[in-house]
Design a protein around this ligand. Structure first.
Ligand SMILES: NC(=O)c1ccc[n+]([C@@H]2O[C@H](COP(=O)([O-])OP(=O)(O)OC[C@H]3O[C@@H](n4cnc5c(N)ncnc54)[C@H](OP(=O)(O)O)[C@@H]3O)[C@@H](O)[C@H]2O)c1
Length: 242
């Protein structure tokens, strides 16, 4: 109960795992999820092994709950874990889907696939936030929604994913206006070398993209400095390169 608690969705790999490690180093207890139980378990083990010695504060528990963020029962289980912890200081809605790969033009986007992408990228984070708000309000907590430059820019092929991320951005914007006791950040991490990014560029060499770890200091800054609610780009929160 002494450590702050963060709930991070999609933390078995990629940006979510990097953020979880960064928050563990800041002394957060973690609640994490992903659909693949084995990958989640491996991630939780690595976080437990790495987080403790480096944590500024002792403790640092990792609660791993496998499941799909589109499943209401799974979302309830995540919040039950936060309830058992007695507090929730940060909700990171990071789990997301690119949708169809290779990315189709909107003219060809199957509506059922579009609906599925919106379920993961828009409905699930809003629904999870609804469940989390009582604990977040009680402790002056924060919501961090991971979005994308595709929410703003018109890249051919990115209409499904981009429209969903744009919807998440506007939901965040309204939430920030409504929930004055809670910080609401929505942030574009920039291009990162992850499985999702590879799916967006199938067969291409993406080794020039930065590793997810590289943007963690930007998100840690949001949290530790409790910056005002709003839209952020990770690149703008990082110290300027020498
Ligand atoms: N990589 C980039 O260049 C980039 C750029 C801008 C924004 N973003 C955003 O950053 C976030 C993380 O992306 P990433 O690149 O790190 O992706 P990633 O490497 O594919 O990792 C996605 C994580 O989310 C989990 N996940 C996916 N669908 C889920 C679901 N329905 N329920 C629960 N967990 C789920 C995955 O595990 P399972 O598959 O086992 O569920 C995995 O742990 C996303 O919101 C993405 O849109 C990424």
């Amino acid at each position: 109960m002494d450590n702050p608690t963060a709930l991070i969705t999609g933390a078995s790999r990629g940006l979510g795992l990097a953020l979880a490690a960064g928050l563990a180093r800041e002394g957060f207890d973690l609640i994490i999820d992903a659909r693949d139980p084995a990958a989640l378990d491996a991630a939780a083990g690595a976080l437990r092994a790495a987080g403790r010695p480096a944590a500024r504060r002792p403790g640092g528990t990792v609660t791993a709950i496998p499941g799909d963020v589109t499943d209401p029962a799974h979302r309830a289980a995540l919040l039950a874990a936060a309830g058992a912890a007695g507090r929730l200081d940060l909700l990171v809605n990071n789990a997301g889907t690119l949708g169809v790969s290779p990315l189709p033009a909107l003219a060809d986007y199957p509506p059922d696939e579009l609906r599925a992408a919106f379920e993961v990228n828009v409905i699930a984070p809003i629904a999870l936030t609804q469940l989390a708000l009582p604990l977040l309000r009680a402790g002056g907590g924060a919501v961090l929604n991971i979005t994308s430059d595709a929410a703003e820019q018109a890249y051919a092929g990115w209409g499904g994913y981009g429209a969903a991320k744009a919807a998440l951005e506007q939901a965040s914007n309204v939430l920030a206006a409504e929930e004055l006791a809670v910080r609401v950040w929505w942030a574009d991490p920039g291009d990162l070398r992850t499985d999702m990014h590879q799916l967006a560029f199938p067969g291409e060499d993406i080794s020039d993209r930065p590793e997810p770890d590289s943007v963690v200091p930007a998100f840690v800054r949001l949290v530790t400095e409790r910056l005002p609610s709003g839209r952020y780009r990770a690149a703008h929160l990082l110290p300027a390169a020498p």
